[in-house]
Design a protein around this ligand. Structure first.
Ligand SMILES: [Zn+2]
Length: 277
């Protein structure tokens, strides 16, 4: 079974905010320019994946000019063209895009993007906003997963009220064949809601990027039962330790081997159509 990191950001941002600069400094000890110089080459990131024991990484576009900056869909598509081990995910900013559903279809069909990430707390919309319904319908028809940031963020300007996973209940009900991922599991005070939604809806999973793996049983309860709906992600470069340390912490959880394999790659492989690798 491959090991898949479902939550990786680019190093390179257009229009980086001060808040992003602070975050990079805190996590890497480098100024943004030096960090970008080291990491903007996909071969450097692929070498890091080899070191850390990661087979595939989902690379996320981010059009969030208020909070972090812009790492747009073209930048992600170009970065991921270096290797099939890099899986490009698009983003749509619903307030800055004239026809979000058409744009998603173009990105998938013409640019080869393979999933969608939405940033409600950075772009100020509720995940069940009617403006997004054509986007969800398109993603469902194209068979691509949609991950939605929920819960808190360290970046200035993020508004937590848009991060309540409960709004995804509407989306899960209205688009039963759409695969939805609750990114960060509703951190820090909606973990119970995220777990309830994942247990209730067969099309909803929790992606654990940014959460300390050893705390997952405290947050979500019976992980063995929830394992078919848990997906590993690191949130690199905002990862407190190395990606490999986080993988080791998942492996150290008191779970069956089968559950760990599902969390570390089995569930993600199914969502991404990577089963036969
Ligand atoms: Zn992230």
């Amino acid at each position: 079974m491959p090991t898949i990191d479902f939550h990786v950001h680019l190093a390179d941002y257009q229009q980086p905010t001060e808040s992003l600069r602070d975050g990079i400094r805190r996590h890497s000890g480098l100024e943004l320019e030096a960090f970008v110089q080291e990491w903007s080459d996909p071969r450097r990131y692929l070498a890091y994946m080899d070191e850390q024991g990661v087979d595939y990484s989902v690379i996320l576009a981010e059009i969030t000019p208020i909070t972090t900056g812009v790492a747009d869909n073209d930048l992600v598509a170009r970065f991921c063209s270096a290797s099939p081990r890099l899986v490009p995910f698009a983003t749509i900013h619903p307030h800055l895009t004239a026809d979000p559903a058409r744009e998603l279809e173009r990105l998938v069909r013409e640019r080869g993007l393979r999933g969608l990430k939405l940033y409600p707390t950075y772009n100020y919309f509720y995940p069940n906003d009617a403006v997004l319904y054509p986007v969800y319908a398109t993603a469902e028809r194209l068979g691509i997963p949609v991950m939605v940031h929920t819960g808190s963020s360290v970046f200035t300007g993020s508004r937590l009220k848009y991060g309540d996973p409960l709004y995804l209940d509407d989306v899960a009900v209205d688009f039963p064949r759409l695969s939805l991922l609750i990114t960060h599991g509703g951190r820090p005070f909606w973990y119970d809601r995220a777990a309830a939604l994942a247990r209730l809806h067969p099309n909803v999973s929790i992606e654990v990027g940014g959460l300390p793996p050893q705390r997952l049983p405290d947050y979500f309860g019976d992980l063995e039962r929830l394992a078919p709906r848990l997906i590993f992600g690191s949130d690199w470069p905002g990862v407190p330790r190395s990606v490999g340390d986080n993988i080791a912490a998942i492996r150290a959880l008191p779970l069956t081997e089968a559950a760990k394999e599902r969390i570390l790659g089995g569930n993600a492989a199914r969502l991404l159509g990577l089963e036969n690798v």
